[in-house]
Design a protein around this ligand. Sequence first.
Ligand SMILES: [Zn+2]
Length: 441
Amino acid sequence: MGRRYCDLCGEGGSSGIESVSGEVSMRIPPLQRIDISTFFVAIAAFLTLAGAAKAADLLDVRLGVTSRDATRIVIDLSDAPDYTISGDDHGAGRISIDLNGVKGAPATQKGAGHVASFSVEPVGSDATRITFDFAKTAKIKEQFIIPPSAGVKKHRLVVDLATADKAAFVASLPSRYEDLTEVLKAVTAPTQVAAAEEPKPKPAPAPAKEELPIIVIDAGHGGADPGATGVGGVKEKAVTLAAAKKLAEILNAKGRYRIVMTRADDTRLDVYERSRLAREAGAQLFISLHADAFHDESVRGGSIYTVSEEGRARSAQTAEELGDHDAFSLNLNEFSPEVSSILFDKAQAYTENNSSRFAEILVRNLKGVTPLINNTHRKGNLFVLLAPDVPAALFELAYMSNEEDVANLTSAAWRERTMTAVATAIDDYFDSLKNTRHASN
Ligand SMILES: [Zn+2]
């Protein structure tokens, strides 16, 4: 196998790539930049409490249909769970229950009642997420834990669902903000570790109301760096710029975003400049456009990359070497080295979840609009995607080495159609962040 993407985008060949499937839902709530310092304080509290959490085993997940309009989810555990419930309005709606300190075997099962299906997947090394996709929209009526009783050794986490509309569903996911207030209270208490560490997060800046999300569009290559050369001598730098300009035009017309382009003409920029630009702009999303080339000319179709575990590790290592744990405009060096490194890791995980969320939404929107390769969402060790605090994806539009793909890349109609789908995906992504609420015990 040769390189699956161009040199500048990354340095790996196909070896650095893994395909991923399924939507990655977020464990940490979407945050305005204003909330970020609170976010880190919350993480500090999490660190304080994490040591106390006991490991538990996931024994069973059961669904009971008690009536046409009521479904009960029961999760059997060997110990009392430390859990978080989140949800979003994807499809008929869905909820994810994250069980911290719980190990469970990955599985996907058919649902019953309001639940179409559910999946169990590990999150990191010591948490398990169970995601319930709804067959019909429901709200969370109640959630509670039944401790062991005579004859029953296990702990049961119960979530009762009742038929409702989307608005009621979203409203039934209690606001995360109250929880954070609790968390804040906890960490500011003198006995907590966070206080002992004497972190002094910067006071939150005054909220800039109705600030439009900033999106950075990155046209790959440029200037002396032409990227791949395609059938008929077409240059990658030209097709990426044309696509980037079209996308900017469509997004600007929506009036919902502020668009920043890494380049608007035939200029050369290195990869670090591109992601630095995104960080400096305070971008909420970074999308890089490239076009692939492969020795097998029959290979065609688009693909989406987000940062791999390897890329994440490299970014963390660089921060470590430079002693520069800076993310979300918060200087993490104000914490002890150990804590700042963990916070940096949490920031990366938060960003990576959002990157994957966007990538999955993008794949959905591109289906049927432009050809896509199998396992469209892939992960790569790509320089341009390594900012720890800007959700980012790289869209390889098509193959320069394939004749039909080049015909697409140079077609104004294709560009219009495909960039419209990208813009819709961006809308969907920001909508999905808005509609996500978190609740925890
Ligand atoms: Zn490229």
